[in-house]
Design a protein around this ligand. Sequence first.
Ligand SMILES: Cc1cc2nc3c(=O)[nH]c(=O)nc-3n(C[C@H](O)[C@H](O)[C@H](O)COP(=O)(O)O)c2cc1C
Length: 476
Amino acid sequence: MSKQELSPTELLSQPLTLPCGLLLPNRLVKCPMQETLAEAPFFDPPISKFKNLYGQWSESNYGLIITGQVQIDIRFLSIAGDVVCHSNALSSPHFEKWKEWAEIAQSHGTPTIVQLAHPGRMSPTGAGNRPSDMPALCPSSVPVNLSDKWLEKFAIQSLLGTPKAMDLQDIEEAIEGWKNGARVSKAAGFKGIQLHGAHGFLLSQFLSPHTNRRTDVYGGSPEGRMKLLKRLVTEIRAEFPAPFCLSVKLNSGDYMEKGGLSQDEALEQVRWLTTCGMVDFVEISGGNAEQKNSGLHRSFGAQSLTVAPKIKESTRIRESYFTEFAERVAQIPGTKCPLQLSGGFRSRTGMADAIASGACDLIGLGRTAVLEPDIPKRLLLNTEREDDEALAMPHIIKGQWLSNMIPIKVVGSGLPIQFFYFNMRRLGNGLKSDPDKSIPGLVISSIVETLRSGITVTLQRIVETLGWTPKVQKVE
Ligand SMILES: Cc1cc2nc3c(=O)[nH]c(=O)nc-3n(C[C@H](O)[C@H](O)[C@H](O)COP(=O)(O)O)c2cc1C
């Protein structure tokens, strides 16, 4: 039966076998989303919380789960709470946690892959175990610039500082970090990995002429800017052949930025990935924290649909924000691997239409998987629910006026994404998401949380100083 003859539910329920042979039971993918649940000093997978969070996703019939980003170097986190893959993970007690995580996520048969990341210049001082005077890394020493206003410049400089241009040893260390991440993921029982090349993180900093002004082999031309990603794909594939799944996530939005990628260069990067025969699927999403005055959440988009759109043959729904770019990618001749499109999907009909039109093969669900973690099973793949009621709740957050009022945009525009972190932490703590939480409510909760943990830490220090309990043994 052709795609056009299938109902939206049938289309989304179709299995897909990736080039590596991994069978995905359906087309809905839980997007990578950093959970902000790991704790200092080791930032290991927090198993008791992941039992709640990944336990829910695992029993909800996604076709694939991609974990939140795992940092490959404990010195460089993007936010306190990121999971870290330690360089000695395979031969240390950290490894048990990894095995447990793989088991929880796949306990109902959903294949799961680990997203491996390095934030590059997006690593704030204080996030990660590095001395306070050690700068973040970037292909070239280009600081993040969110605004020309002095207050904003001061805030961003205090938070992120000026990154150090990576030397060749830094690059080799990062490559080894990604390979170690792949080794640990495979040994733990995960089905593969995804390289995070989107959202302005290190790999995307290498791909963009705005942040990569190098003149050596890792820069200087479109070919040079691709060199690091090409090396990673080639070397990881050589070490981990099929059935290990290798995916790459890229941005479709970088080329919209002044001084960033041209659309042609972005397409060429995707063309190499989809035709090189080494990648099992490419995820395309939007968003870059540097997009002026937007912040990541807003650049992912938020629509106010209240009724699921009807599929008409003459008009495509274009619910996703990046369909146009994905359609250009899908037309690349010789494409050998499926595409996942993430960003803005809410209705069953919109998702099915993106697949039927040939724009993509897999549908990524990010914010929806936080607000309604069970949505594939309960609604989208449920044949008892009609198309016009198969619509996820909006991603619009209450009380956004507070974000708009805050004069320092880096703080104001960062608040909406905190709403989703907050809700993921609720899920991790065994609670339901709270879609009604407003931004002002969130700010009050985080002040209370900070005060409470401040008091706890102070009490712990007093207890330790008085010698009442043994100090934590360092594993690394
Ligand atoms: C709270 C939150 C955390 C995210 N963390 C990551 C991440 O770790 N890695 C990544 O590639 N994308 C991350 N994203 C982006 C999502 O994977 C996805 O591309 C984006 O949310 C758009 O999809 P949506 O419209 O369904 O939310 C994150 C998004 C949110 C809302």
